[in-house]
Design a protein around this ligand. Structure first.
Ligand code: KG4
Ligand code: ZN
Length: 349
């Protein structure tokens, strides 16, 4: 029988031994992973639905939920077999309970609860944004809070000060589009296909990032972001200059996004005095952002940590890692915990 965690007294962490099965189905990746004590990844299986949604130019929620239903069982089986672990040996089953597409979330949450009950192990509900924060700590366990994390995904863009485990301060977030959303919308307009981020990243390589000077909204002020004006500026530019080279437009757009993201991270580091900074979320897979983020932090005497690309985009290893910390802090989640599409990162203040 695995050690079953109980809620820790405030501020304390209860030891949890063993492996956690993580399940991620918040959007268009069906993923399962087994991670030991928040650090050692025994298996991490990700089945992407990208090809299913590509013909629609974006994720179709109903198609995504149905695909999760079909894909989750084989993905789970592979994760357990690769890890060499049987369900009842697990310390817990953790699943993303939000934010995300409600139908997709429900597939993962319901499966996790059913498995936890059948195996007699605890269930842990994990916030997807918290999981992205823990991706860096999974790959660099020596990183210690306070940390500044730039979390940039398809649905979110935020600067978070991680003061301790489970203690987050939201420094800034987007007032309109998320960075990944801007990549996806601009790529669609430029005819580069879906998903837009990797397409722009690829076409921008070797092109001129200074060909067009697109606006850098809200640069140099506060920690909030705005990307919707930039998207409109790209559209207006291409309409006015139909001969503009697509690769140069893409490179100039990418440079504008990265300039703002790096500038705000630097400001956050100066304001908080944090000595390390991490990247997280799908947009953190962007080549220019990875390079510029690391260079800016090093220049400012701060330790940068840029997770592997596989750990930036949605995966279940980060869910299992965040689940391990959550279980140590709060104990198991009640089995009536639901899925919440608009779940927010729990923040202090
Ligand atoms: O974190 P994620 O996998 O899913 C969400 O939680 O949203 O992020 C997906 C987002 C998409 O908008 C995708 O276009 C973007 O991450 N993305 C990238 C790159 N790879 C993925 N954006 C820019 N450059 C990339 N290489
Ligand atoms: Zn994500």
């Amino acid at each position: 029988m695995p050690a079953v965690a109980v809620a820790a007294p405030r501020g304390m962490l209860v030891p949890v031994d063993g492996a956690i099965l993580g399940i991620e189905t918040s959007c268009d990746e069906t993923a399962a992973a087994v991670v030991v004590e928040g650090r050692e990844v025994r298996s991490s299986v990700v089945s992407s639905q990208v090809d299913l949604h590509a013909r629609f130019g974006g994720v179709v929620p109903e198609v995504a939920s149905r695909a999760h239903v079909e894909l989750l069982t084989p993905v789970l089986a592979q994760a357990l077999v690769e890890a060499g672990v049987d369900g009842p040996e697990l310390a817990a089953v953790a699943a993303t309970c939000g934010p995300g597409l409600i139908g997709s979330l429900l597939v993962g949450v319901s499966s996790a609860k059913a498995l936890a009950m059948a195996w007699g192990v605890p269930f842990v509900a994990v916030n997807h944004l918290e999981a992205h924060l823990y991706a860096s700590l999974l790959e660099a366990p020596d990183l210690e809070p306070p940390l500044v994390v730039l979390l940039v995904s398809g649905g979110h863009t935020m600067l978070v000060l991680m003061e301790g485990h489970g203690a987050y301060r939201l420094l800034g977030s987007t007032v309109d589009d998320a960075a990944g959303e801007a990549f996806d919308k601009v790529a669609r307009f430029l005819g580069l296909g879906y998903p837009g981020g990797p397409a722009i990243d690829k076409v921008a390589t070797g092109s001129d990032p200074e060909a067009i000077r697109f606006p850098r909204a809200m640069i140099g002020e506060g920690f909030d972001f705005s990307f919707s004006g930039l998207k409109t500026a790209v559209i207006n530019h291409v309409r006015r200059h139909p001969d503009a080279g697509t690769a140069d437009v893409a490179a100039s757009f990418q440079a504008a996004v990265v300039d703002v993201l790096v500038d705000k991270t630097r400001r956050a580091l100066h304001a908080t005095g944090a000595t390390a900074a991490c990247l997280g979320g799908g947009v953190a897979a962007n080549s220019l952002l990875r390079e510029r983020f690391a260079a800016a932090c090093s220049e400012d005497g701060v330790r940068p940590f840029v997770p592997s690309r596989a750990m930036c985009t949605d995966n279940a290893a980060m869910v299992a890692a965040a689940g391990w910390w959550r279980l140590r802090r709060d104990g198991p989640s009640p089995l009536d915990t639901g899925a919440t599409a608009g779940l927010r990162l729990p923040v202090i203040g």
